[in-house]
Design a protein around this ligand. Structure first.
Ligand code: C2O
Ligand code: CU
Length: 637
């Protein structure tokens, strides 16, 4: 049975041995580097087994080596680092061109070793005597048949997720649309205006400065479930670093772009000076690969905010270019022992699945807390909810108050029990509660309008997620919540101008693509027109949603006072938001004081809707040197 290795056998043996050594070396490097990879360990172990099988010289063992050989090729080829490296030889973040050559060589060696081991088996089969042949031929035929079959199925079938490897397609860099129906250069400003938005800067002041650097870079996001999601991130994580500052501070952020396409940072909900608003084609050019850009603004208002790219937001923010910004009040308003923030996000998984995360976890996040402690839990929905519906969340284990919406405090908030909270894309809720004397408090999300799910979840304090999750009851309603109190802007205020904005959807053209479009007053961006305002005016907007979908409408650089829903004035606390969620076939009245000169986007924060047309500008008499369109490559959505 055992015989000396033929030439092919030797090639197979040496090939697998070399690859094993490379695999072990790679493991050692990763373990020393502090990020051991389960996949690479499996890979090296399998290589070792295959090498041993080949060197035995025993025919049937050598034949058996073909199967792990197939698995090895499959494993290797579906590794995210391999896909990424082969896909983008020069810019892959793992190590560029050298890494690419290494990957190709390793791939070649394994393929060669595999081919040689198949050859070796066939050779052995050929040399066999008649007696053996009769006995072994059917076995080898079966093995060969299975191998060929496996290979064919593997080659033809779409990438499937496995327990250890997420076969999620690598991200494709956003493409600048061109061609028919795509604007080349649209200037969003007022030509010949006395002020250019480049003058609308935050001056360097003697106040306290907080400096941060955010580097836009690729990363493989390893989730608790073992799935790895390819992402574009700030500083290698999604959410990016939480920027924690104090009200009144000057925030100075250097954006460094290590991606292969343009990015910006928009400070969502923050009343920045216009030049720092981070909208590609409006307040700046998208920051090119290899370049950097400095944002400087004063954190005027305390509260929960976030940041995200505003260049191809639909692709860039969705795939990880976002993070949280927390502004602590200059004078604390409520006693807080624990201040915790959660970003709800969704990702494209394999096979068109949607993966949901809380911060970087798709399992259970935990946060320590002792009985009796007071917790402020900040929640932001950074996700593109595929259905366009708001994300429903609730808190289980303690009564809670909603103390602020979009970072702005509510007055006299009542305690709630397991009330479902609808969070539109970009909106924030701050919850406030006291830890019970025993047990935990959990934040859970709903997958649909019927059921809460067990993951992702946040568990605060001792214990685990409760065995039974509540059923979904009547949603939180911001129009009746809290206690009325005086507010500078009310329904009775005198408005200098009132604009009606009809939200619609219809088949049409947007960005050169024809299909469904989302419209404002029947038009798609950049033909949606603008809302002209003058400094000091009080402007009322009447949103009339004529679609079957929710639209979280966001205005940059200002804060809305919510006046009425379907014509009914609010009966609870005054509500101030930067993103107002408009239900299907509902209307909302909001008002804002025009107190921040510039050119400001007003758009649906459902990224897909914005991408397909639902954007316009609120305009002061201001010009801009930047343009949106294919000439500059600036596409804010
Ligand atoms: Cu959160 Cu126009 O953006
Ligand atoms: Cu929308």
């Amino acid at each position: 049975m055992r015989q000396p290795l033929s030439t092919l056998g030797k090639i197979a043996f040496w090939g697998f041995l070399l690859a094993t050594i490379a695999g072990i070396g790679g493991n050692v490097a990763l373990i020393l580097g502090g990020s051991p990879s389960r996949d690479l360990l499996t890979f090296a172990a399998l290589l070792l087994v295959t090498t041993i099988l080949v060197i035995t010289g025993i025919r049937w063992l050598q034949a058996a080596a073909i199967l792990p050989g197939v698995v090895l090729l499959y494993l290797f080829f579906t590794q995210p680092f391999v896909i990424q490296s082969l896909d983008e030889p020069k810019t892959d973040p793992q190590g560029g061109f050298g890494h690419f050559i290494g990957v190709v060589i390793l791939f070649a060696i394994i393929t060669l070793a595999f081919a040689a081991s198949v050859g070796q088996v066939l050779q052995n089969y050929h040399r066999m005597g008649r007696r053996d042949t009769r006995r072994l031929a059917p076995i080898f035929s079966v093995i060969a048949g299975m191998t060929i079959g496996t290979l064919c199925i593997g080659a033809l079938s779409p990438a499937a997720p496995s327990a250890t490897i997420a076969a999620i397609a690598p991200l494709q860099a956003p493409q600048v649309p061109t061609g028919q129906g795509v604007s080349t250069a649209v200037n969003m400003g007022m030509a010949g205006a006395p002020t250019s938005l480049t003058q609308l800067q935050t001056p360097a002041t003697p106040t306290h400065e907080d400096h941060f650097t955010l580097t836009a870079q690729k990363a493989q996001l390893a989730l608790d479930s073992g799935t790895t999601v390819p992402g574009w991130t700030f500083n290698g994580t999604a959410p990016g670093p939480t920027l924690h500052v104090r009200q009144g501070d000057e925030v100075v952020v250097t954006l460094v772009n290590h991606l292969s396409f343009g990015v910006t940072i928009h400070w969502h909900g923050v009343r920045v000076a216009n030049a720092a608003d981070g909208v590609a084609g409006v307040t700046q050019d998208a920051v090119k690969p290899g370049q950097s850009y400095v944002y400087r603004f004063i954190a005027l208002d305390a509260g929960t905010y976030w940041y995200h790219s505003h260049q191809f937001s639909y692709e860039e923010t969705t795939n990880g270019l976002y993070g949280m910004l927390i502004v602590d009040p200059a004078i604390p308003t409520i006693h807080t022992d624990i201040d915790y923030s959660v970003a709800l996000h969704s990702w494209n998984g394999a096979n068109n699945q949607t993966l949901y995360t809380m911060n970087a976890s798709d399992g259970t996040l935990t946060q320590k807390a002792r009985p009796g402690q007071w917790v402020r839990l900040r929640i932001v929905n950074t996700a593109e909810t595929p259905s366009g519906n708001p994300q429903l969340v609730t808190l289980v284990g303690a009564p809670f108050q909603v103390v602020s919406l979009d970072g702005h405090d509510l007055y006299g908030p009542q305690p709630l029990n397991e009330t479902p909270l609808p969070i539109g894309s970009a909106q924030r809720y701050d919850l406030y509660f006291q830890m019970p004397t025993h047990g935990s408090v959990a934040l859970v999300t709903a997958a649909d309008s019927q059921h809460y799910v067990r993951a992702p979840a946040l568990v605060i304090g001792q214990g685990t997620l409760p065995a039974r999750l509540p059923t979904i009851t009547k949603w939180f309603d911001l129009t009746t919540y809290g206690t009325p109190t005086a507010d500078p802007v009310t329904n009775q205020s005198h408005f200098d101008a009132t604009y009606t904005i009809t939200l619609g959807n219809q088949m049409g053209m947007s960005l050169g693509r024809s299909g469904m479009t989302y419209t404002m007053n029947g038009k798609v961006f950049p033909d949606t027109g603008m809302i002209m305002v003058k400094e000091g005016q009080l402007i009322k907007l009447h949103f009339d949603n004529q679609t079957n979908l929710y639209h979280p409408m966001h205005l940059h650089g200002h804060v809305f006072t919510v006046l009425a829903q379907n014509g009914q004035p609010l009966t609870g606390s005054p509500v101030h938001q930067d993103t107002v969620l408009i239900p299907p076939h509902a209307s909302y009245d909001v008002a804002f004081v025009a107190n921040n000169p510039g050119i400001w986007m007003l758009h649906c924060h459902n990224f897909l809707h914005a991408n397909w047309g639902m954007d316009m500008m609120v305009m002061y008499d201001v010009s801009t040197p930047y343009t949106v369109g294919s000439a500059s490559g600036n596409f804010p959505d």
